[in-house]
Design a protein around this ligand. Structure first.
Ligand SMILES: [Zn+2]
Ligand SMILES: [Zn+2]
Length: 208
């Protein structure tokens, strides 16, 4: 199943974005959603500005600030709004609920040593592989692998049920590092649960 892909003049898009034009303004100008613009830029390896970066240097007039603060003063959500938000969130289980690092939960294993505290932190540089994993092409590849394998771990047959969640990964049989050209081949992907994925990597530590 392939989704039709909206193509944009990427050179022009990139040049305009890098010269400071916003994603929203580009989206308006090309008549597409900002999601499409963001995805195309990311696929092309353009680092997107964070919200604080895009706001940097912007001066809010004191009149403007006074308006915002007056608008928010004494703000209470109506009972109706709160009920709506509650209903929308019902059934959401915060992923960390009931988990603790002390109990040896593997999901919590790297809490406190992730990100910039991690020994392998590369200074926030998004390398080719990270960019790839953010791309819609990759997400679509992963989805197709899961569909083909019926959301079931191909090593241990684990599958999510209503009582038990199984975290699935799409593993590259031949690693991205070795053969980036095979990264989107369906025959090069396999669905594994997190544990089996880890086991495969322990056997072949440099694979991905
Ligand atoms: Zn498994
Ligand atoms: Zn893997």
């Amino acid at each position: 199943m392939a989704y039709p892909k909206i193509t944009l003049p990427i050179r022009q898009l990139e040049a305009r974005y890098l010269s400071g034009e916003s994603v929203n303004s580009l989206a308006r100008s090309f008549g597409v959603s900002s999601y499409v613009v963001r995805t195309r830029l990311e696929e092309h390896g353009v680092r997107l500005r964070s919200l604080s970066e895009s706001l940097r240097g912007r001066v809010f007039s004191s009149e403007w600030k006074a308006k915002i603060s007056a608008g928010l003063r004494g703000r209470r959500l109506s009972a109706e709004s709160r009920a709506k938000i509650g209903a929308a969130n019902r059934g959401n289980i915060p992923w960390a609920r009931g988990r603790s690092k002390a109990s040896g939960d593997p999901m919590m294993a790297n809490i406190g040593c992730a990100g910039r505290k991690h020994w392998n932190w590369k200074g926030g540089v998004s390398d080719a592989k990270n960019r790839f994993r953010m791309s819609s092409a990759y997400l679509q590849w992963r989805r197709e692998i899961f569909i083909r394998d019926n959301w079931t771990c191909q090593d241990c047959n684990a599958r999510s049920t209503s009582g038990k969640r199984v975290w699935l990964n799409a593993h590259h049989l031949i690693s991205f590092a070795l053969r980036p050209d095979l990264a989107l081949e369906l025959s090069n992907g396999i669905t594994l649960c997190k544990m089996c994925h880890r086991r495969r990597h322990a056997a072949q530590p440099c694979n991905s």
